[in-house]
Design a protein around this ligand. Structure first.
Ligand SMILES: Nc1ncnc2c1ncn2[C@@H]1O[C@H](COP(=O)(O)OP(=O)(O)O)[C@@H](O)[C@H]1O
Ligand SMILES: [Mg+2]
Length: 250
C-alpha cells in the first residue's frame, strides 16, 4: 500500500537538543498507529513538524505525492491533516457549536455559515457533545474539552488525524469513551495517529506501534512485535511490564 503521510529522515534541533534524530515513518490510509515514548521523547515535536508548526532541519514530510515540509500550518490543515493539541485551546467565550462552526468555515467548502453550522452540529452529535452545543466552551469539563477538540478537528474533514495525548487527565470511564470515539473515527476511513503516554491505552486501539526514545525511532511494527522488541523492553518498558502487556494483548 502506498503511504498517505510520510516522514523521511526528519531531524529537528532546539539549540543544543536534538528533539528528532533522523526519524522516518509512513502512515497508510485507514490505519490507527500509536506513538509512545517517555516525556521529552519527541512525540509532540513529530506532530509539530508534520503540521508545519516547526520546520524540520533535515528530511522531508510528504502527503501523498506532495512535499509539505515547508508549508504553513493553515495550508497543511486545509490539505486534510488535522491535529489536536496536548493542551486544549478552544475559544472560551464562544459556544461549543460556534467553536466547531469556526473550524468548519476555516476548512472551506462548507459554503454558507448556515451550512457550516449544520456540519458542526453533525460532528458534535458524533462526538457526543450535542447536548452541550450552546454552552460557552469554557464551561466544559476536561473530557468535554477533549471531545470538542475532536469535533473541531473532524469539522476540517481530514484524511489524517493526529491526536496528541487526547486521553491525558481523563478517568478510566472517560478514556473508554474516547477510545470508542477514536475507533469510530478510524471506521470512517480517517487515518489516525494516536500519541499516548500510557502504553496500555494505545495497545487497546492501535494496530501498529511506534516507539520514540530521545528523538530516535526505536521500533515500528505490529503491536505484539513491538512489545516483544528487545530494545523497547530494555529502554522503555522493563521486562515484567512487557510480559504483562503481551499477555493482555493476546
Ligand atoms: N519549542 C521548543 N523549544 C525548545 N525545546 C523544545 C521545544 N519543543 C520541544 N522541546 C524539547 O524537545 C524535546 C522533545 O519534546 P516533545 O516533543 O514535547 O516531547 P514529548 O511530546 O515526547 O513529551 C524535549 O526535550 C523538549 O523540552
Ligand atoms: Mg508531548
Amino acid at each position: 500500500m502506498t503511504a498517505l503521510l510520510e516522514v523521511r529522515g526528519v531531524s529537528k534541533r532546539f539549540r543544543g537538543l536534538l528533539a528528532l534524530d533522523d526519524v522516518s515513518l509512513s502512515l497508510k490510509a485507514g490505519e490507527i498507529i500509536g506513538v509512545i515514548g517517555p516525556n521529552g521523547a519527541g512525540k509532540t515535536t513529530l506532530v509539530n513538524v508534520m503540521t508545519g508548526v516547526h520546520r524540520a532541519d533535515a528530511g522531508a514530510v510528504l502527503f501523498g505525492d506532495r512535499e509539505i515540509t515547508r508549508q504553513r500550518p493553515d495550508q497543511i490543515a486545509r490539505l486534510g491533516i488535522a491535529r489536536t493539541f496536548q493542551v486544549v485551546q478552544p475559544f472560551p467565550a464562544m459556544t461549543v457549536l460556534e467553536n466547531v462552526t469556526a473550524a468548519a468555515l476555516f476548512a472551506g467548502g462548507a459554503g454558507t455559515i448556515a451550512r457550516a453550522r449544520e456540519a458542526a452540529a453533525e460532528q458534535l452529535e458524533f462526538c457526543g457533545l450535542a447536548s452541550q452545543s450552546h454552552k460557552p466552551a469554557a464551561t466544559l469539563t476536561l473530557a468535554g474539552r477533549k471531545r470538542l477538540e475532536l469535533a473541531k478537528s473532524l469539522a476540517l474533514r481530514p484524511k489524517v488525524l493526529l491526536l496528541d495525548e487526547v486521553n491525558a487527565g481523563l478517568n478510566p470511564a472517560e478514556i473508554d469513551h474516547a477510545l470508542e470515539l477514536i475507533a469510530a473515527i478510524a471506521a470512517r476511513g480517517i487515518t489516525v495517529l494516536l500519541i499516548e503516554h500510557l502504553m496500555k491505552v494505545v495497545t487497546r486501539t492501535a494496530q501498529r506501534l511506534v516507539v520514540l526514545h530521545h528523538g530516535r525511532l526505536l521500533a515500528d511494527g505490529p503491536v505484539a512485535e513491538v512489545l516483544a522488541d528487545e530494545a523497547v523492553v530494555e529502554a522503555y518498558l522493563g521486562r515484567r511490564y512487557a510480559q504483562r502487556l503481551a499477555e493482555q494483548a493476546q
